[in-house]
Design a protein around this ligand. Sequence first.
Ligand SMILES: C[S@@+](CC[C@H](N)C(=O)[O-])C[C@H]1O[C@@H](n2cnc3c(N)ncnc32)[C@H](O)[C@@H]1O
Length: 209
Amino acid sequence: MISTILQPVQTDDLPALDQLREAIQEEYAVVANDPAHGFHFHTGRPLAAMLGYHEAWLSAVPAASIASFAGTGNPFHIGELQPGERVVDVGCGAGIDSLIAAAMVGPHGEVIGVDMTPAMLARARQSAAEAQVANVEFREGFGEALPIADGWADVVISNGVLNLMPDKLKALQEMARVLKVGGRLQIGDILVQKPVPASAKRDIDLWTG
Ligand SMILES: C[S@@+](CC[C@H](N)C(=O)[O-])C[C@H]1O[C@@H](n2cnc3c(N)ncnc32)[C@H](O)[C@@H]1O
């Protein structure tokens, strides 16, 4: 189904993958370490309010992870997670959604956040320790090769990362691989309504924004 909608990526139209990832890591290290720096995208508590995050959810999340929030949607808008569920948060950033998910699934549920940017993972781990959240773990890895066993998750959430991965077919196939049969995706991301020109795809600055 996924592969009938999305075609394999055309790499000729793209910057080299390692260059692109390096630029994205540089940008999001600043979001992690200096969230007040100012970005050409929204961040932090104002963004969370704009996207309909409930104050009750945010009360489970330390201020540093809220400040470094950089999502593009709200994965919980289509439904809260259920007690006992296993959750993977792809591109977890500073951990806001992972920590909200950990509170929703409770002590019998588990959450694994995955991100490729060490500074974001450090922020997420610090917040989990500060809030004494025991049912969340953060792993370094790529969305295109998730460090998660097949069929582990009841739910895959992600927020703002699919738009940063050129090979969206591979990213969605990975999400499908780690989901158990009958599992579900809750994704907040950016949709474009017309094709992105090749010149824009080649511009790394447009990706990191
Ligand atoms: C827009 S931020 C959103 C972070 C978080 N989901 C949030 O809502 O605050 C995108 C995150 O995805 C991560 N990321 C980008 N490309 C990735 C990839 N290919 N694999 C894993 N993480 C990636 C970045 O390091 C960054 O933390």
